[in-house]
Design a protein around this ligand. Structure first.
Ligand SMILES: Nc1ncnc2c1ncn2[C@@H]1O[C@H](COP(=O)(O)OP(=O)(O)O)[C@@H](O)[C@H]1O
Ligand SMILES: [Mg+2]
Length: 258
């Protein structure tokens, strides 16, 4: 069962995935594929179901349909099992432990990993973010918002993910810090890690990503290569439906409530 898939096979594969909260259905029939070392952007207006989809993938929410990761069926796997397989989810609005040091935050993120390995994993994660590595002994409360976001991403990296799912990692950050956090995703890809990125800053997401999916009202409404001509316009139509003339606003507000 635990045979690993060849590189050409999808790392993550979803077929007909539906999920919601209790009786409230949110996602319907989601098909999605991510290959090794690929950055995939997941875009869509507020309330479209992006965070719900990440939760369904990592097993934080029950779902129906078929999901596989690295050739392993994860359709019924919970969050502990997916993380053990190398599928790491940095949840929306993830908060670090502000009263703990940067280093201790990373040790906590490595909970359950083999003892002899944790130090090396922590150093590896810090290697992506020199600005927080320099503050490893400081309490996380002393970090700027952007640095705390970097720490949140670094916590995910301690697990040495094969797929890192980042839910709006740049929320509330200045443009410079957004670029720093997103640059880490590019570095990860170069190291062979796949990234699924939920991002409201569409242009930045498209500049970074290899492929893009747009989600609207719980369904995938567009799948494209990120460098496809006319993509911004197609996204606009996908977000708001054909014929709507709403601008593609970076805050994701949907004027097209029909
Ligand atoms: N814990 C929850 N309980 C019930 N409904 C929820 C919950 N979280 C989100 N929803 C609903 O699910 C839909 C999708 O939300 P979400 O996945 O957070 O969207 P996005 O991340 O794209 O903004 C929304 O209608 C939202 O109100
Ligand atoms: Mg969300």
């Amino acid at each position: 069962m635990l045979t690993s898939a060849p590189d050409s096979a999808p790392l993550l594969h979803l077929q007909g995935v539906s999920a919601g909260y209790g009786r409230i259905g949110v996602l319907e029939g989601i098909d999605l594929t991510i290959r090794k070392g690929e950055i995939v952007a997941l875009l869509g207006p507020n309330g479209a179901g992006k965070s719900t989809l990440l939760k369904a993938i990592s097993g934080l929410l029950p779902r129906s349909g078929r999901l596989s990761f690295g050739g392993v069926d994860i359709s019924t796997a919970g969050p502990r099992e997916t993380v053990r397989l190398g599928l790491v989810h940095v949840v929306e609005g993830h908060r670090v432990f502000t009263q703990q040091s940067v280093h201790d935050n990373l040790l906590l993120a490595g909970y359950g990993l083999p003892r002899g390995e944790i130090s090396a994993r922590v150093e590896e994660a810090l290697g992506f973010f020199p600005e927080i590595a320099a503050k490893r002994a400081d309490r996380a409360a002393t970090l700027s918002g952007g640095q705390q976001q970097m720490l949140a991403v670094a916590q995910g990296l301690v697990r040495r993910p094969r797929l890192l799912m980042l839910d709006e990692p740049s929320a509330g950050l200045s443009p410079v810090l957004v670029d720093r956090v997103l640059a880490a995703a590019a570095q990860l890809r170069d190291a062979g890690t796949a990234v699924l990125l939920v991002e409201q800053l569409i242009e930045k997401a498209l500049a970074l990503a290899d492929r893009v999916y747009a989600l609207a009202r719980g369904s995938i409404v567009l799948e494209a290569r990120a460098d496809e001509a006319g993509l911004a316009q197609r996204l606009e139509q996908a977000y708001f439906g054909q014929g709507a003339h709403a601008p593609l606003s970076p805050d994701g507000g949907s004027p097209a409530q029909r």
